[in-house]
Design a protein around this ligand. Structure first.
Ligand SMILES: NC(=O)c1ccc[n+]([C@@H]2O[C@H](COP(=O)([O-])OP(=O)(O)OC[C@H]3O[C@@H](n4cnc5c(N)ncnc54)[C@H](O)[C@@H]3O)[C@@H](O)[C@H]2O)c1
Length: 501
């Protein structure tokens, strides 16, 4: 019996998404002005960001009966028939820039290492992740796929996947309730017995564990991509609740040192530009958190001529920031003067209402961390503040004295919500995820206990090597004498697990 079957999905209590806790009275009281012009739907040029028709915005995809051109109906996306062609082109463009995952697909196509794997996927749904998931299917897997974020789905891509016969449940701008409904569809479906989870943020794992314990028993392995999801897995493991092995992809070198840094370095500029048309030179920016994500943001903003301040709790990261030429401050010290606030801590309540009350007129506030808890957006839903939607994912929050701040993506991951992301970097992460799935799915019994593991170092090195030909990079081979001197195998691994890169 499923113990929690009666619990409304959105009430399970493990969501870090804020609408769920916003009091109804406040929602009503908060004065919201929505401009009805085209600008309120979208202003981006990419096919994946194109504005929806009026009908689309009024009718929820859940209320529409859709079938693809072959009569397939096991999906729920914004609009399959009008958008799938655009989406397919987006996926094809991404394939050009994703050499690692494409090589993996080609090499393992015959062996089908994921034959009979039934994977519940809960990741962002965009052109790049589509290349990965179509790869998993090519390697033998079946998938059911929901988005891990209500704003990041590229509708055209989701349509292309549905047209290809993939059960996909996601659209950009889902409600909180839709989010859990979509995820539920991926876990609990007639004739579907999931045996693997590919997660980004831990929601699929937690929903299945909490609401469908019987189904959870059939899981052979979990692959988790995000820092937030990894924290949840370690927490489960510590409390003896993790009953399957899991691979922490976030801390794989080929994920963390590339996705968290290089992806962010490109996309922080892209998302700020697309949403606000800001010129960076001379702007004062505070980046909260100086881990890999904070470092990526700070580096590229500084390169554009911004004056960058950093906040940190950790003296090691604070020292790195100082020696990289940034001023380490507390948020209180600079909050009145900065033009842009970027959170990247993976923590909660970094930017409070108190801070926002003191920001200068026009200050841009955005979050690069996984969950939407870094900026206290709930606290902005009070009667005296006016919310004005000026563009898709861009809100002006106006104080009674006329001062306003510009909030991007309602405090959710700004790069996933307001821009596209570099395909090449996603190829690295996607290859790591695919190898982690193959490793857990094919592991001989007993190799992995019910705990959280890192991907074996040799696989990390393999993922990196898949991407070197793009740069015509030529590796130096160890001589026998050198290998002996360093105590290494000539084919790797080349570093101990504790090496930090
Ligand atoms: N936007 C993206 O594309 C993207 C990519 C990868 C990861 N992420 C997310 O970004 C977040 C950060 O990832 P990371 O890899 O940099 O993590 P990290 O742990 O390396 O860095 C976070 C830093 O924040 C600091 N911190 C924590 N609480 C703080 C506070 N109250 N004030 C100031 N600093 C504080 C920590 O000391 C740490 O150095 C995570 O939520 C992660 O899931 C986003």
């Amino acid at each position: 019996m499923n113990r929690n079957i009666e619990t409304p999905i959105c009430d399970l209590g493990f969501s870090d998404k804020q609408e769920a806790v916003q009091p109804e009275a406040l929602k009503l009281a908060s004065r919201t002005r929505r401009r009805s012009s085209a600008a309120s739907t979208c202003s981006f040029s990419s096919a994946c960001f194109t504005a929806s028709s009026d009908e689309d915005t009024v009718i929820s995809p859940r209320e529409k009966k859709q079938r693809n051109t072959k009569g397939f109906t096991d999906f729920c996306v914004k609009n399959v028939l009008s958008q799938h062609g655009f989406g397919r082109r987006e996926i094809e463009i991404a394939e050009q820039e994703m050499p690692g995952i494409m090589t993996l697909r080609k090499r393992a196509r015959e062996d089908k290492p994921l034959r009979n794997a039934n994977i519940v996927c809960c990741t962002h749904i965009n052109a790049q992740t589509a290349v990965m998931v179509e790869g998993l299917i090519e390697l033998g897997a079946s998938v059911r796929w929901a988005s891990c974020n209500i704003y990041s789905t590229q509708n055209a891509v989701a349509a292309a996947l549905a047209e290809a016969g993939i059960p996909v449940f996601a659209w950009r701008g889902e409600t909180e309730e839709d989010f859990w409904w979509c995820l539920d569809k991926c876990i609990n479906a007639p004739g579907w017995a999931p045996n693997m989870i590919l997660d980004d943020g831990g929601d699929a794992t937690h929903l299945m564990w909490k609401k469908y314990p019987e189904i959870f028993k059939g899981i052979k392995g979990i692959v988790e991509e995000s820092l937030t999801g990894v924290h949840r897995l370690y927490h489960m493991s510590k409390n003896g609740k993790l009953t399957v092995p899991a691979i922490n992809v976030n801390d794989s070198v080929t994920k963390m040192k590339f996705d968290n840094f290089y992806c962010v370095q490109d996309s922080i500029l892209d998302s700020l530009k697309r949403s606000t048309d800001i010129m960076f030179g001379g702007k004062q920016v505070v980046v909260c958190g100086y881990g890999d994500v904070g470092k990526g943001c700070a580096k590229s903003l500084k390169a554009q001529g911004c004056i960058v301040y950093v906040t940190e709790i950790d003296p090691i990261c604070a020292l790195q920031a100082s020696m990289d030429g940034h001023r380490v401050v507390t948020l209180n010290e600079v909050i009145r003067n900065v033009d842009i606030v970027v959170t990247a801590t993976g923590n909660k309540n970094i930017v409070t209402r108190e801070h926002m009350n003191r920001m200068k007129n026009g200050c841009i506030v955005c979050n690069m961390g996984h969950s939407n808890s870094e900026i206290d957006v709930n606290s902005l839903h009070t009667p005296e503040l006016t919310w004005e939607r000026v563009r898709s994912q861009v809100d002006h929050i106006i104080w009674p004295d006329g001062r306003m701040i510009i909030l991007l993506a309602e405090g959710r991951l700004v790069n996933m919500s307001c821009s596209t992301i570099p395909s090449f970097v996603v190829s690295i992460t996607a290859s790591t995820q695919a190898l982690a799935l193959i490793e857990l799915y094919n592991a001989i019994p007993g190799r992995y206990k019910n705990d959280v593991y890192l991907l074996p170092k040799k696989m990390d090195e393999y993922v990196a090597s898949l991407h070197l030909p793009t740069f015509d990079a030529h590796l130096t081979e160890l001589t026998d004498e050198q290998a002996k001197y360093l105590g290494l195998n000539k084919s790797g691994p080349f570093k101990p697990n504790y090496y930090r890169y």
